[in-house]
Design a binder for this molecule. Structure first.
Ligand code: ACO
Length: 399
């Protein structure tokens, strides 16, 4: 492939997917010593989605990806690069992106994963922009997908209440019009490397009966240190991207931050001296979906009429590493283009191929399976009624 001079990059498609099953704070009260009041006050989270046994990071990513491709008005084979940001891949090998490529019916794109934890989507976005700018790709699918409920220690009330499952995606396309992505900032601070981590399973500590017995395949976190890093870094990273865009922060119409904790988001608003009505928040219904959180929030923000052509938008995220990243972009697309994406791309039509001679053990942690099997009174499972989109239906269910 020849490398041309910097080409213009536009965000042309967006989409998301959230699994049907919902785990409320009340459900968590039945699993660990916690309370709805504590979780809401300290984090802002009320419920999170939990993937079903047949779902994986790749299957959720493929659904969100196909929705983004549909919104962009493209076919799967128009995509010439696929990037999946995740810290919860289906397998260590192959990449989740390779599985997504097959599931969406793409035959021509190279596909790879990006590992930057909750900043992964922003890192993937930056990578995609660089490929397009350099003339190495024309339509890139960037997916953030996570299945974190299978990596949680359900005896650790400091972490198991925070995370949820889901996927979001965007399509970035080369354009002859002015570029819409105007500022990118990425940081990595290895001082925080062991503040959020998953000790075993990698080459430093290969999986064994002993690592399993020690519970080293679950996420561990120093909540306070992570909180400190996030509040310090999110605003400064966003400001750096805003400065690179040549904007001032008061010109920003909407900040779409990583949805980790409402108090962290409020601190970002304060750090940027912006009112909360210019910050998008949906973590009450999703919890922290790590790399999926920004593209899910973007898709909801557009659907809710919070984004219109000409708006100045900033994505900003932080995560394990510690990493942080921000993108400043001018919105160019008609929000109505995404109107029918969720109806057109149905979860039941998307399949990730399994190996012929292998099947996984039941992937759902037993304590989680037990709580989900015995819903609270009035906690209606509407997944059969509105397949794939029960969160809206769920919102109208009686308490
Ligand atoms: N329910 C009830 N009590 C709890 C819970 C719970 N779920 N969790 C902790 N507590 C208790 C603690 O045991 C402690 O009790 P003690 O005072 O008797 O010892 C008390 O509450 C205070 O605990 P802290 O950990 O100090 O609580 P804090 O106010 O810091 O809130 C939290 C904890 C919500 C985890 C916060 O630190 C936080 O949000 N940190 C950032 C986490 C984050 O965003 N992580 C994602 C990073 S992104 C990625 O890459 C994965």
């Amino acid at each position: 492939m020849t490398v041309s001079s910097q080409r213009s990059v536009r965000l042309t498609g967006w989409g998301r997917y959230a699994p049907a099953q919902v785990l409320t704070n009340a459900d968590l009260e039945r699993m660990v010593d916690t309370s709805d009041e504590w979780i809401v006050t300290r984090t802002g989270i009320r419920e999170r989605h939990v993937a079903a046994a047949h779902e994986t990071t790749a299957s959720m990513g493929a659904i969100a990806g196909l929705r983004a491709i549909h919104t962009a008005g493209l076919q799967p084979d128009d995509i010439d690069l696929i990037i999946v940001a995740t810290l919860s891949p289906d397998h260590w090998m192959p990449s989740t992106a390779a599985l997504v490529k097959e599931a969406i019916g793409n035959t021509r794109a190279p596909a790879f994963d990006v590992a930057a934890a909750c900043s992964g989507f922003v890192y993937g976005y930056a990578t995609a922009s660089a490929y397009i700018g350099a003339g190495l790709a024309s339509n890139v699918l960037v997916i953030g997908a996570e299945l974190l409920t299978r990596y949680l220690d359900y005896t650790d009330r400091g972490t198991c209440i925070l995370f949820g499952d889901g996927a979001g995606a965007v399509v970035l396309s080369a354009s002859d019009e002015p570029t819409s992505t105007v500022g990118i900032e990425l940081t990595t601070d290895p001082q925080g490397a062991y503040m959020i981590w998953l000790p075993a399973g990698g080459s430093a500590s290969p999986p064994s009966a002993e690592t399993v017995a020690r519970g080293e395949h679950k996420i561990r976190m120093e909540g306070r240190e992570t909180y400190r890093f996030a509040t310090r870094t999110l605003a400064s990273t966003a400001l750096a991207a805003v400065a690179k865009a040549g904007w001032t922060q008061d010109e920003v119409d909407l900040i779409i931050p990583h949805q980790a904790n409402a108090r962290i988001i409020e601190a970002v608003a304060k750090g940027l001296d912006l009112p909360m009505d210019r910050i998008f928040v949906n973590l009450d219904r999703y919890g922290n979906t790590s790399a999926a959180s920004v593209p899910i929030a973007l898709t909801e923000a557009v659907a809710e009429g919070r984004v219109k052509p000409g708006d100045k938008i900033v994505f900003v995220a932080f995560g394990a590493g510690f990493t942080s990243g921000a993108v400043a972009l001018e919105w160019t697309e008609d929000p109505a283009r995404a109107r029918d994406a969720d109806q057109v791309v149905r979860p039941e039509h998307v399949t990730v191929r399994k190996p012929v001679d292998w099947d996984s053990v039941d992937p759902i942690p037993p304590v989680l399976a037990e709580v989900l099997a015995k819903p609270l009174p009035g906690h209606m499972d509407l997944s059969d009624v509105v397949p794939g989109e029960p969160e809206h239906a769920h919102a109208h269910a009686p308490d």
